[in-house]
Design a protein around this ligand. Structure first.
Ligand SMILES: Nc1nc2c(ncn2[C@@H]2O[C@H](COP(=O)(O)OP(=O)(O)OP(=O)(O)O)[C@@H](O)[C@H]2O)c(=O)[nH]1
Ligand SMILES: [Mg+2]
Length: 389
């Protein structure tokens, strides 16, 4: 890591050695304070779970969600209900799926006419329509085929809770906030403090965690936060193997994650940053695979892959393996939409390592465990960088 240029000019000319030592001490102290925070950056494609991890950091390391923050989420949660039912019913005709009960046709027509934005007011009449549609076998059939169109992951979670959410006194729980889907645009930062073990100089360590939007149109903003990052958490929606991107209906979501990971791994801006991959959405992956939806039609290489365990364990090992393989490929510095072009700056000052974890970002206990596993690694990496360890 380089000294900031403002620090390079504090050393006076013709200093005596005592003075020099004092100034060195001051610089080191100043440098410590200046770089006090360990900077983590969450990267990954759209809907992989980056913001959900930020929310977990708020639950685990800040004071959680205040009453006013919970109230702020209510319109977004209600809109998640609307966009879920809207996207399902709008895809029934294109997929050739009919309503089980023709009496629900007026409700379907009404929801479709409301458009994506939804009703001006979420009243009892609106919720009754959504409720009867969600109980219709045809709507469920179209929901089961949601990998063939774009539907938020929390659709079932919120549609199942419509009775609770429709109440005037409804207040979102932590679980509801973790499930609420709002696309990130721009860059957001959360700061928190974590105790450092005594074996590693003790005290308290500040963290700054940056969250960026993962959809293609958002990635050109990433360059603004790459400088001085200690570790990247690269988040992958492992369950997306049979889905296509919202922004490009021809591109498989998991393939996009693999391509993006390769760009990040090879980026000359991130050579010194530690890299931790979160193979996220394990709960959905397990459910899908156990329901008989194999990864093989989308990734034919799976047929030749051998690993112990049942179909789910084998699938998750296969996905892990695809990411590990990319870290073992020869480095080819490439121009990408988000790093621009320019000369390579040389290789990293130490061998690069990549750590992979299976995660379910909506599960606070799981994120707590994974955070403690990676925390030790990140602190070591960062303290090494500033010459403290
Ligand atoms: N079931 C389940 N849902 C998850 C998991 N991780 C994230 N989600 C849900 O997936 C949706 C997308 O998550 P976000 O955290 O908004 O994704 P993101 O990576 O920030 O997406 P962008 O902001 O578009 O880049 C949200 O509704 C989350 O609740 C998971 O492990 N399991
Ligand atoms: Mg986000």
């Amino acid at each position: 890591m380089r000294l900031p240029s403002c620090m390079a000019c504090v050393r006076p000319q013709n200093e005596d050695s005592e003075n020099s030592k004092r100034i060195d001490r001051e610089i080191k102290l100043w440098y410590r304070n200046y770089n006090e925070a360990i900077k983590l950056l969450l990267l990954g494609t759209g809907e992989s779970g980056k913001t959900t991890i930020i929310k977990q950091m708020k639950i685990l390391h800040v004071q959680g969600f205040s009453q006013s923050e919970r109230i702020e989420k209510i319109p977004h949660i209600r809109h998640n209900i609307h966009e879920s039912i809207y996207d399902i019913v709008c895809h029934m005709d294109p997929l050739g799926v009919s309503l089980q009960h023709p009496k629900n046709a007026p409700a379907k027509g009404h929801i479709t006419r409301l458009g994506f934005d939804g009703p001006a007011e979420y009243d009892e009449e609106y919720y009754d329509r959504v409720r009867s549609l969600w109980q219709d076998g045809g709507v469920r059939e179209c929901f089961r085929r949601s990998n063939e169109y774009q539907l938020i992951d929390s659709a079932e979670y919120f549609l199942d809770r419509i009775d609770l959410i429709s109440k005037p006194e409804y207040m979102p729980s932590d679980a509801d906030i973790l499930r609420c889907r709002q696309k990130t645009t721009g860059i957001q930062k959360i700061e928190f403090k974590v105790k450092v073990p005594k074996s590693m100089q003790g005290g308290v360590q500040n963290f700054w965690m940056f969250d960026v939007g993962g959809q293609r149109g958002e990635r050109k903003k990433w360059i603004q936060v790459l400088e001085g990052i200690h570790a990247i958490w690269f988040v992958v929606a492992s369950s997306d193997y049979d889905q296509t991107l919202r922004e490009d209906h021809k591109q498989n979501r998991l393939r996009e994650a693999l391509n993006l990971f390769e760009d990040v791994w090879q980026s000359r801006f991130l050579l010194e940053a530690g890299l931790i991959v979160f193979l996220n959405k394990q709960d959905i992956l397990e459910r899908k695979v156990r329901a008989g939806r194999s990864i093989a039609p989308y990734f034919p290489e799976y047929e030749h892959f051998n690993a112990p365990g049942d179909e789910y364990l084998k699938t998750r090992s296969f996905i892990r393996n695809m990411f590990v393989n990319l870290t073992q490929k020869r480095v080819e510095r490439r121009q990408t939409a988000w790093t621009g072009s320019g000369p390579a700056l040389g290789e990293a000052s130490r061998p690069r390592e990549c750590y992979l974890h299976y995660t379910t970002a909506t599960d606070t206990d799981n994120v707590r465990t994974v955070f403690w596993d990676v925390h030790h690694l990140i602190v070591t990496h960062a303290l090494n960088d500033i010459g403290i360890l």
